[in-house]
Design a protein around this ligand. Structure first.
Ligand code: AMP
Length: 174
């Protein structure tokens, strides 16, 4: 199977080619068609098997281009380090799109993150704690969120994030 078989948009395939991705990994082959259809999915794959791109590629394709000011996709991850890692993949894979995103994590002041939110974003990559903190300050509009990813969900559970994940879920549209 090739990325062409997965019917990804040309601007996404161009980024993949430049990054040297030639064939989709097994998790990508299996997950991308399902996510593209908008079907919920639980994926299990070891670190290093390409699972970040397995969800980013179909989501980028679905979101397509910058639209409005409010986020349409929320990616929750357990740690700041993973936020940074996901953002790095996003920057590569979305090179030839005009999609906008913000990375939200604690340990630094929220000013720059709030400014980015206010300037308009399509995706949010966040730790649950910082997401809820900025939501409670009224800085995050959630009405347009249609897609949610819980990356390393098992680790989030191990780290005791279950109550926060429930809280986030309650705030999102049905
Ligand atoms: P991940 O499992 O998401 O942490 O990805 C591990 C590494 O594999 C990252 O450095 C990606 O850039 C790389 N990668 C992801 N998908 C592919 C692919 N289809 N071909 C080659 N490298 C890939």
């Amino acid at each position: 199977m090739t990325f062409n078989d997965l019917q990804l948009l040309r601007n996404i395939q161009q980024a993949l080619a430049e990054e040297g991705y030639e064939v989709p990994t097994p998790i990508q082959q299996q997950a991308i068609p399902i996510i593209k259809e908008g079907i919920d999915l639980v994926g299990c794959a070891q670190t290093g098997t390409g699972k970040t791109a397995a969800y980013l590629l179909p989501l980028l394709q679905t979101l397509k281009y910058a639209q409005g000011n409010e986020a349409r996709c929320l990616i929750l991850v357990p740690t700041k380090e993973l936020v940074v890692q996901v953002e790095r993949s996003l920057a590569v894979l979305a090179t030839y799109t005009d999609l906008r995103w913000v990375a939200l994590f604690g340990g630094i002041g929220p000013k720059a993150q709030i400014e980015k939110l206010q300037s308009g974003v399509d995706l949010i990559v966040a730790t649950p704690g910082r997401f809820l903190e900025l939501y409670s300050k009224g800085e995050i509009a959630v009405k347009k969120i249609k897609h949610i990813v819980l990356d390393e969900c098992d680790r989030m559970m191990d780290m005791g994030f279950w109550p926060q994940l429930r809280e986030v879920q309650e705030k999102l549209p049905q």
